[in-house]
Design a protein around this ligand. Structure first.
Ligand code: MIC
Ligand code: SF4
Length: 755
């Protein structure tokens, strides 16, 4: 039986009425995305059709998921909200804080010892407030959610950008910062700008070496890392019907890499099969009863150009396998062409590691496809040239894969089976084969490949591909290997070719597991006490942020002008810093240390205007803070791309940064800045970015009349006495301006609760 089946039935029982009402209001057939959005309005029903990309709308998500690295901050904030229990079903998943080193058993033991304090905190807070807890080793949040909680037509939010994975089961699942989750946990509405809609029509069929992963690798190449911003991507067409549910999950998962609000697919037979295989006949039966509402109206897919803001068509019959990278997930290259490109760009051709896993590609089907390649290495006597690492997506997948002999195949080719957790995908990887920052290449089935992400080494060139392609490349040990055309020399000196991969969508003998790793909360958790030691270096209770007063903004200094890509990994690095995710002051010591200073092209090396000295960004910022001077951060396009981590907003806020002024923002990060009571601003004229000099001081001329829909004026004073006055845009609505005026959104909740 499924978790929370009554809640799911409740959603379905209202669906018909709400969808019909929305269709009437909008006056035309509806896309699936619109059906889910309109059936999850906070007010139940709307009296107006919303304008996409413009109207802010209050929604009522059905559930929330948090992972250990973001849950700490989310729950520390929730604890301040003064509520006895979470208002909607919520779960916490321990997956990010487990380092991959020697293998699952040993690594999990080490993680349980090193992060005991944090896991205990999360478990006791979960118990106290009615939150389901998935212990370390249970699996990666998004696989566990797909296996247990996602349901067609539902809406969920999660404190992780890849929450979108649940679109594979026909949900609208959206990644948010912890403060957004706190609103919903506290029983309030969740606000989102009504998204635009991108339709992706999939024609033909996937076959051979091409997989679901290649669909999204291709889409990423077309739309780039910011092409999906503010939009929901809805996939349809005969090609969509023929993809497995977990394959759909892979596609939706990496929608985060194009900045999309989320991605989704209409309910179909693959989803029904998956629900039944994961012991949720009840959900499948209930979904079948409201089937028509769980996909778009037929007119929409017949003439999509009339209903979507943008249409992309991909012919799966001709789609080739891709490898995307290095350093960005949208640099898409068909496998056969990668050798040339690598030589031209001086990317190392020798591949040191092949890593299979991450929330994107760690399903049972993924493991079978990759294992079918690994098995050929054994049968055809090819000795794998690269090291191999595997992270199964959940304990249920791991247990079943072990029973079915898949893990043994990987072990036979020398792979290390790591914990069912994020591992190298988030820099939780004790990589012992390299000394220092050697230039090298790795291939993986993850979603992100930003600089330093997997192993902290800026010279690791990481390429993203399907699990089976990763397996093939790892066996060959070369980036220019094309398994569709090239041969490999085996131990007998013969040239052999790899046959195409074969996958099994769902385990023939069903899924099995002994201990899935779930701990249900007490019915009444009011007696549970949550302890945070005042001397802890991992956890720190939060103090309310003080509002940024208008006067304090006069004479603000430039902290850093960041150039080029500045993802949340650059603003608040993960890997070794994950250990401080529950301690704001300690983690603030990594603030912006990965951002490239536009004036000297160095990272973590900025001018402290008070002394003229160059120093690390956090040190300079702490000096401004001590002197009571506010600062601003300037950035390029798509600033804050990547993760949902609100630390990337809270740390600058904690250290006294008042404003972030950029060419454009990634959605979640912009919201996180607003929630924490900061100014997130964009240049009206992008070229004004070039006006900003190292010794600049800023005046927020008209901040006293900060209003929705009205640009602000900033005076930039240069050290040589000259000045420029520029216009900057913002997207704050009235209530968001309220957050700024009160110091944070949480301060507003606290005030309302106290009243
Ligand atoms: C990621 O993939 O970058 C993470 C780590 O899962 C993040 C969340 C985090 O920073 O904790 C995400 O994608 O939101
Ligand atoms: Fe974990 Fe990587 Fe997925 Fe983020 S992208 S949730 S780090 S597996």
């Amino acid at each position: 039986m499924a978790f929370d089946i009554d809640m799911i039935k409740g959603v379905y029982s209202q669906m018909a009425e709400r969808v019909d009402q929305a269709r009437e209001l909008v006056g035309r057939p509806l896309t699936l995305s619109e059906k889910i959005l309109y059936s999850h309005l906070w007010d139940g029903k709307s009296n107006k059709a919303f304008t996409r990309g413009k109207d802010y709308v209050d929604f009522a998500p059905d559930r929330i998921a948090c992972q250990d690295a973001t849950a700490q901050m989310a729950l520390l904030q929730f604890m301040q909200a003064g509520k006895p229990k979470v208002a909607v079903p919520t779960t916490v998943h321990c997956d990010h804080l487990i380092q991959a080193k020697s293998g699952a058993v040993a690594d999990l033991k080490v993680a349980n010892a090193t992060s005991e304090e944090v896991f205990n905190f999360l478990e006791s807070v979960s118990n106290k407030y009615g939150i389901g807890f998935w212990k370390p080793g249970a699996g990666i949040i998004h696989q566990v959610v797909l296996e247990n909680y996602a349901f067609p037509g539902g809406m969920m939010i999660g404190t992780d950008s890849h929450t979108v994975n649940a679109g594979g089961l026909g949900m609208l699942a959206i990644g948010v910062g912890g403060a957004d989750a706190v609103d919903v946990m506290a029983g309030m509405a969740w606000e989102l700008k009504f998204p635009k809609l991108i339709g992706v029509k999939l024609t033909g069929n996937i076959s051979g070496w091409t997989s679901a992963k290649d669909v999204i690798l291709k889409v990423a190449g077309i739309l780039t890392v910011k092409g999906g911003t503010g939009a929901i991507v809805e996939y349809f067409g005969e090609g969509a019907l023929n993809l497995s549910c977990t394959g759909k999950g892979t596609i939706c998962n990496m929608g985060a890499e194009i900045g999309a609000t989320t991605s989704t697919f209409g309910y179909d037979a693959s989803m029904e099969r998956y629900l039944r295989a994961t012991d949720r006949n009840d959900v499948a039966d209930a979904a079948n009863e409201v089937k028509a509402h769980l996909t778009a109206d037929p007119e929409v897919y017949a003439q999509p150009e009339k209903y979507f803001d943008e249409i992309i068509e991909i012919d799966l019959n001709t789609l080739k396998p891709h490898l995307n990278g290095p350093f960005t997930p949208d640099l898409a290259t068909p496998v056969g062409e990668l050798g040339e490109k690598a030589k031209a760009n001086d990317w190392p051709l020798k591949v040191d590691w092949g890593l299979i896993g991450s929330c994107t590609n760690s399903s049972y089907e993924d493991l079978t496809r990759a294992a079918s390649i690994a098995k050929q290495a054994i049968d055809k006597k090819i000795k794998p040239k690269s090291d191999f690492g595997i992270n199964p997506g959940s304990e249920q997948i791991r247990f079943t894969a072990e029973r079915d002999g898949l893990l043994q195949i990987f072990e036979e080719v020398g792979a290390t089976i790591f914990t069912n957790a994020c591992g190298p995908c988030i820099g939780q990887w004790d990589r012992s084969d390299l000394k220092g920052d050697e230039k090298n290449t790795i291939v993986h089935s993850f979603n992100r490949n930003f600089s330093k992400r997997a192993d902290g080494n800026p010279n690791t060139h990481a390429f993203v591909g399907s699990p089976e392609m990763v397996a093939a490349i790892a066996i060959s040990g070369r980036l220019d290997f094309d398994p569709m055309n090239d041969t490999l020399i085996n131990e007998d000196g013969e040239a052999v070719k790899l046959d195409m991969p074969l996958g099994i969508e769902l385990p023939v003998n069903g899924f099995a597991v002994e201990d899935a790793g779930f701990i249900a909360p007490d019915e009444d958790g009011s007696g549970v006490s949550v302890k945070v030691s005042p001397t802890s270096e991992r956890l720190q209770l939060l103090e309310s942020f003080q509002p940024i007063e208008n006067e304090s903004l006069a004479g603000a200094k430039l902290l850093i002008k960041a150039q080029g890509k500045c993802t949340t990994d650059h603003i608040s690095m993960a890997g070794p810093w994950l250990r401080f995710r529950g301690h704001l002051d300690n983690i603030a010591n990594n603030t912006l240390i990965g951002a490239v200073n536009a004036f000297n092209q160095k990272t973590n090396f900025v001018k402290n205007q008070l002394t003229g000295e160059y120093m690390g960004v956090p040190d300079a910022q702490r000096a401004y803070k001590a002197a009571g001077i506010k600062t601003i951060v300037v950035g390029d396009h798509n600033y804050g791309e990547g993760s949902s981590r609100e630390h990337a907003a809270m740390q600058p806020r904690h250290l006294g940064v008042a404003a972030v002024l950029v060419k454009s923002f990634a959605r979640i990060h912009e919201t996180n800045l607003k929630k924490q009571g900061m100014l997130g601003l964009t240049f009206v004229n992008e070229s004004d970015y070039d006006l900003i000099k190292e010794d600049d001081t800023f005046n927020f001329v008209d901040i006293a009349s900060f209003k929705a829909g009205q640009a602000l004026t900033i005076e930039i004073k240069h050290a040589d006495g000259t000045a420029h006055t520029i216009q900057v845009n913002h997207t704050y609505n009235d209530s968001q301006i309220g957050w700024f005026r009160e110091g944070s959104a949480l301060n507003v909740i606290k005030k309302e609760n106290a009243a």
